[in-house]
Design a protein around this ligand. Sequence first.
Ligand code: NAD
Length: 337
Amino acid sequence: MPAKVAINGYGTVGKRLADAVAAQDDMEIVGVTKTRPTFEARTAVARGYPLYTAKAHQAAFREVGIEPEGTLEDLLGEADVVLDGTPKGSGYRPIYDEARVKAVWQGGEKHALTGLSFNANVNYKAALGANRLRVPSCNTTGLIRTLYPLQSRFGVENVNAVMVRRAADPGDTTRGPINAIVPELRVPSHHGPDVRSVLEGLPIQTIALKVPTTMMHVHAVTVDLEGEATTEEVLEVWRGAPRLRFVRGAEGITSTAQIMELARDLQRPRSDLYEIVVWEEGVHVQNHTLYYFQAVHQEADVIPENVDAIRAMLEMESEKDRSIRKTDRALGIPTSD
Ligand code: NAD
């Protein structure tokens, strides 16, 4: 029997979660929720996802010819697990608890909400059978993807990372700036402590800036390694790690613009780039200190982690490598075999 998955909040992340789950042969979407009958609600219906909404919103859907299947509570009754794609702080935990359904939250929520922050490569086993967990934010997931292999192989004495953050998602006209660079004056930024919600004890400090782009975040990272390493050894360790992709300036990829052009050429759904992208020439080790740049497609990188979280929580697969490979094959992410 495929796992029955509900999506509460079918927005930027929620619609990607729905399609990624639907692409797995061991999972199915039992329904998605929307609060308003937007174009996204129509897309959900066109894709065949049963649409649920609160009683108070149902008339608005009927007015535009969409017949809701029921309420969120009805949907939760059908589901083994709910992926929460609602804006941060929406506060659905008591409702999920009441319905006794397992739940996965996204990175807008605090670690304390679930007590378990998840990255498939790091702590898959800790999530086996868990009732609730959180997949950290796009930025945090990006840092964890490259730092964990370094920590495991060489040891890490210290990390300093500068996070250059996109101002808004491409479909969002409400946020900015459109012509300024905005430093995050809370120093260090929250990203470092958030990385430690998964990589406990990692000495990491982060500072952040917001820039007028909708395409990707970029991180400039400096890592003091404990052990000896060469640039080539670092690249070799990363090549064996999941969900990383290497690009070269020499091949014309000198900015996030060409990375997203590559993403469009790959012809994945919505041009999504699930992997963290590392510029090969930007990787450099000098006297135990590693420097690198990486780019994060903010709308997409957390999606495969959510799929693995489902497999772990429902104990459908006990080995992380097998779940990661299965998820990645279904999403068209290159695997090492
Ligand atoms: P979004 O605004 O694009 O989508 C939110 C969805 O929830 C919309 O469909 C909206 O209609 C619906 N919604 C709003 N209020 C609701 C309510 N009270 N009940 C039910 N549904 C409601 O938001 P998003 O960017 O997809 O963010 C969702 C979560 O994912 C947040 O925790 C965010 O921090 C996290 N996240 C976002 C990104 C990103 O780049 N957008 C990346 C990683 C993680």
